[in-house]
Design a protein around this ligand. Structure first.
Ligand SMILES: C[S@@+](CC[C@H](N)C(=O)[O-])C[C@H]1O[C@@H](n2cnc3c(N)ncnc32)[C@H](O)[C@@H]1O
Length: 316
């Protein structure tokens, strides 16, 4: 029993740890430059963002006119324990440009993105842009899709492997943004964050920045880059030995996106990093990870290949 309780506590600590990665302005700027016309006359909602500290709020407020925004809303969440502190109630802020006074409203509840108060704000919004708590990522994205909203959010690379998220990608209802992995330079972590064994630096504002290799942007905002074909330079015919067939699926294994052969018309298993270059006009995503026996893809009885099965759509 005691052990179970300790595990629960550890789990909670782990959960809240990665939930406390705060996004740097430079990383927001570096991604947002690719969506120049997506915000014209739009209401943007940052629903996991304390306007006093959020760089998402700062970015959209500072670029309000340039982006042609109609309104910006940011709301913050307060855990019950924190409510003991003065001035720490959950609240939201509405900004409609410098000529209109900024409006701050206290929530009756805790500002949970799933609360009726936050859902009412979501319903007013066109686009949700934020870095949500990683531990609630699927629920977060599912809710946005349910309300038929556009979004641009940061998540963990593993999120691609969640059924709900993969389904969206497969159905072309969501795709990867431009920056991923080291393309996101790092997150601000709070003072109490345990830095033991992690790659960390202090930035020019004295903030502690943790570098991770494991995050991405997920979006359903139009992105010109994703309509660019992957340049295929390899050939299957004559190199069959480099592309072994799976034991439990009629398809070949391709270890790197740049090795996708241009002359193979059947199914190919590619690593999940393929999604970063994926052009839905060029390839179709057929399924994920499992062979015909519903077990992980295998070659000669070995290796659970973590692969996405794709098919070239162009006439070969
Ligand atoms: C990964 S941090 C990112 C914060 C901010 N969006 C940013 O990018 O700097 C996730 C934030 O979500 C907040 N949060 C946690 N659970 C939440 C919930 N259920 N509803 C809304 N926000 C939540 C946390 O307080 C934390 O500030």
């Amino acid at each position: 029993m005691a052990r179970q309780a300790t595990n629960k506590l550890l789990q909670k600590a782990k959960k809240s740890k990665s939930d406390e990665f705060y996004t740097q302005l430079c990383d927001i700027e570096s991604e947002l430059q690719y969506y120049p016309n997506c915000f014209i006359n739009k209401v943007v909602y940052c629903n996991c963002d304390d306007p006093q500290v959020s760089n998402f709020f700062r970015y959209f407020r500072d670029n309000f006119q340039r982006l042609g925004l109609r309104k910006l809303i940011a709301s913050c969440y307060r855990e019950v324990e924190n409510n003991l502190q003065a001035n720490q109630n959950a609240y939201y802020c509405e900004y409609e440009g410098d000529n209109i006074p900024m409006h701050i409203t206290q929530f009756a509840g805790n500002g949970d993105f799933r609360s009726t108060e936050c859902i009412a704000l979501l319903q007013q919004a066109d686009v949700v842009v934020t870095n949500p708590p990683f531990s609630l990522f699927r629920e977060f994205v599912t809710q946005i899709v349910h309300y038929n909203k556009q979004f641009l959010v940061i998540g963990n690379v593993n999120a691609i492997t969640y059924k709900e998220i993969f389904d969206l990608i497969q159905k072309n209802k969501a795709w990867l943004g431009v920056n991923l992995g080291r393309g996101i330079s790092g997150f601000i972590v709070p003072e109490h964050y345990d830095l033991y064994g992690t790659e960390v630096r202090i930035n020019e504002n004295g903030q502690r920045i943790i570098s991770t290799n494991g995050c991405l942007w997920l979006t359903n905002l139009e992105l010109n880059l994703r309509h660019k074909d992957i340049d295929l330079v390899k050939e299957y015919i004559g190199n069959e030995d480099k592309y072994p067939k799976y034991d439990n699926y009629d398809g070949i294994n391709v270890n790197r996106t740049q090795d996708i052969p241009r002359d193979y018309a059947g199914l190919m298993g590619v690593p999940i990093t393929f999604l970063h270059k994926y052009n839905p006009d060029q390839f179709e995503i057929v399924r994920f990870r499992k062979g015909d026996d519903d077990k992980d893809l295998r070659i000669n009885g070995k290796c659970p290949y973590f692969r996405i099965l794709i098919k070239n759509k162009r006439n070969i």
